[in-house]
Design a binder for this molecule. Structure first.
Ligand code: 13P
Ligand code: SF4
Length: 319
């Protein structure tokens, strides 16, 4: 597997596939399996290039829910593939690198959430999609960074518990009159973006527009011109007449930005610190292996799935 016979007459002589052969093999297997390949905007360029759809968490969950394909290769992190499995139990959802998790999602457990709910009886829980299905099952409605304000506004209550991202919670709080009670989680990658680095970058490129993700620290958001989800950033850049942008999110987004705006320059204030190791753990080689093996499949116990689906369906219904 994943080797080519150098010469068919000498079948023992094999070598690993090189990059172009991996691309060709992935395309062949994709056509053979008639699978849908979904990729988050933080994925490696070669994975994004192979995907049928590249997008943010909201776009990917909408695609997963709407597709007729029975087989989905989800190039992202575990909670994303799990959400697809929750929404479409009849489909086979494969996460090529099963260890691709999200440290922020791991910061809240169902037990911890139940304790918080006991402290605020009757207060609805809004769960960022960056949570496990078991945590979603304990929540009232899900949100992504693109629709978080809209979701919180849609809830019929004056207060909400917002899990797990304290920074996204603070961003939502700045946009709503409702009381947002945050869980103290955070994204390690976005929180490595330093305020001093951003200040220096702004001084070096005074014409640049500063776009940051709401998972960044509040000090970073305070220095930004615009705050967007990854897809929101992509749309803004596409339509903007500006030629320079300072980007406060994971570096994988650069591939899509450069493709859309080859005439523009993009600067990442904290450089390699803005790389999420989990998002980069899916490689082309692992995708090809997953296509060959049709696994590893992501599954969710049915009782949890049904409860988590309710929270996801409520989010999808308000788009
Ligand atoms: P969005 O793509 O929804 O903006 O999410 C960012 C993220 O960190 C996903 O893990
Ligand atoms: Fe999780 Fe942050 Fe990585 Fe997104 S970028 S998967 S939120 S650790």
């Amino acid at each position: 597997m994943l080797t080519l016979t150098a010469d068919p007459s000498t079948p023992t002589e094999t070598r690993p596939l090189d990059q172009s052969e991996l691309v060709a093999e992935a395309k062949r297997l994709k056509a053979e399996t008639r699978a849908l390949v979904l990729a988050h905007l933080y994925q490696r360029p070669e994975i994004q290039d192979l995907a049928d759809f590249v997008g943010d968490s909201l776009g990917l969950s909408q695609q997963a829910a709407a597709t007729d394909n029975d087989l989905i290769f989800f190039c992202g992190v575990h909670f994303m593939a799990e959400s697809a499995a929750v929404l479409s139990p009849q489909k086979t959802v494969i996460l090529p690198e099963p260890k691709a998790g999200c440290p922020m999602a791991d910061m809240v457990t169902p037990e911890g959430l139940r304790e918080m709910k006991a402290k605020y009886p009757g207060v609805p829980v809004v769960a960022y999609v960056n949570t496990s299905a078991a945590v979603k099952a304990e929540s009232d409605i899900c949100c992504t960074s693109r629709n978080a304000v809209k979701v919180v506004e849609s809830v019929d209550a004056d207060s909400v518990i917002f899990i797990p991202d304290r920074n996204l919670a603070a961003y939502v709080q700045s946009k709503t009159k409702k009381k947002v009670i945050p869980w103290p989680g955070f994204c390690p990658t976005h929180n490595r973006i330093k305020s001093q680095d951003l200040t220096r970058m702004k001084e070096a490129h005074p014409e640049a527009i500063v776009l940051v993700h709401p998972e960044t620290d509040q000090a970073i958001m305070a220095q930004a011109d615009q705050i967007f989800s990854t897809e929101g950033m992509r749309r803004f850049v596409r339509e903007s007449p500006a030629k320079e942008f300072i980007i406060g999110t994971e570096m994988g987004i650069l591939h899509a930005l450069q493709r859309d705006r080859p005439d523009a320059s993009f600067y990442f204030p904290s450089g390699d610190e803005q790389i999420c190791p989990n998002m980069k753990s899916t490689t082309l080689r692992k995708l090809v292996l997953a296509m060959e093996r049709r696994g590893p499949v992501v599954t969710v116990p049915e009782d949890i799935r049904l409860k988590a689906k309710r929270a996801l369906d409520r989010m999808i219904a308000i788009q």
